[in-house]
Design a protein. Structure first.
Length: 303
């Protein structure tokens, strides 16, 4: 006879399963954020989107900073590395919004999903992490998928593809510098990240300011709210479940990008993009599995 579960709903759910649901919610929120961003950059400059999005996100973040104390902001470790991370994060978000103006959402999302491959490839040189033969093979396969996804056609803007590659590399470098700055509180890292985008928006906005309508102003502010909620979901997910369980769920961004891109913009990804995305995702799963196994403590042999 099977046991009866007397609990119900989320209260009876294991932390790992709850972590999966929270991660899936975070990925959906990121997809919504990206779709709204694509809609807005069709009417407003990337600088203006960065400015208003970051301003709202900063307003939301400030109470958490005040509660935890603002001292760590002024005493953050390795200031030059913090500055480099801000440069990478700002370049990444700028490139993303610029690219989605010219390319289908699913295409751009495919390029960004290759970031774990770049991280794995650069980590031996920048972080001195060991990468075995199987992971190197997975990295090589992933790069093949990237090349297939990037294969230009007459309908694709080559400059937009180049900007996508730069943005993906910036994202990977942001992740790597984030690993190096493990001692910095999450709220401080997020504050610097939002602050960098805010400064970039302040610099760029005067060159392309368009007074938003009331509805678009709400959407511009919503970008900051949704992005903050998405980050909260991801941070909570990795605390509820192992990273090896929830990290591969980032690939659910692609089907959401395909659905939202088609529903709101009539975009369909190119066949070569889908083929490349499949190879990239397969490579990413191999890398995640190998990294998870590498982190496990060695088992003792019984006498």
């Amino acid at each position: 006879m099977s046991s009866v579960n007397t609990g119900s709903g989320l209260s009876a759910m294991s932390p790992a399963r709850l972590g999966v649901l929270v991660m899936l919610a975070g990925m959906f929120l990121f997809a919504v954020n990206d779709a709204v961003g694509k809609y807005l950059v069709a009417s407003y400059s990337v600088g203006q989107v960065l400015l208003l999005r970051s301003a709202v996100a900063l307003v939301i973040l400030l109470p958490f900073l005040v509660k935890s104390g603002i001292g760590p902001i002024f005493s953050a470790e390795r200031p030059w590395l913090q500055f480099a991370r801000v440069v990478f994060s700002t370049a990444e978000v700028f490139c993303f919004y610029w690219a989605v103006y010219y390319l289908p959402l699913a295409d751009v999302m495919t390029y960004w999903l290759a970031a774990p491959i770049y991280v794995a490839a650069l980590s031996p040189f920048l972080l001195r992490e060991k990468v075995g033969a199987i992971r190197w093979a997975a990295i090589a396969i992933g790069f093949i998928g990237v090349l297939i996804a990037l294969a230009p056609s007459g309908e694709v803007n080559p400059l937009a593809i180049l900007v996508s590659v730069v943005g993906t590399l910036a994202f990977a470098l942001m992740v790597i510098t984030g690993r190096t700055l493990r001692g910095t509180p999450d709220t401080v890292l997020v504050f610097f990240q939002i602050g960098g985008a805010l400064v970039a928006g302040l610099i760029l906005t005067p060159f392309g300011w368009v007074t938003p309508t009331a509805g678009d102003f709400v959407l511009l502010g919503t970008l900051g709210v949704v992005a903050m909620l998405a980050h909260i979901c991801v941070n909570r997910a990795v605390k509820l479940a192992d990273a090896a369980i929830v990290a591969p769920l980032q690939y659910t961004l692609l089907p959401w990008a395909i659905v939202l891109g088609y529903l709101f913009f009539g975009d369909l990804p190119r066949p070569m993009t889908l083929i490349g995305a499949t190879i990239i995702i397969a490579s990413g799963f191999i890398i995640f599995i190998r990294e998870n196994r590498a982190k496990r403590p060695p088992t003792r042999k019984r006498a």
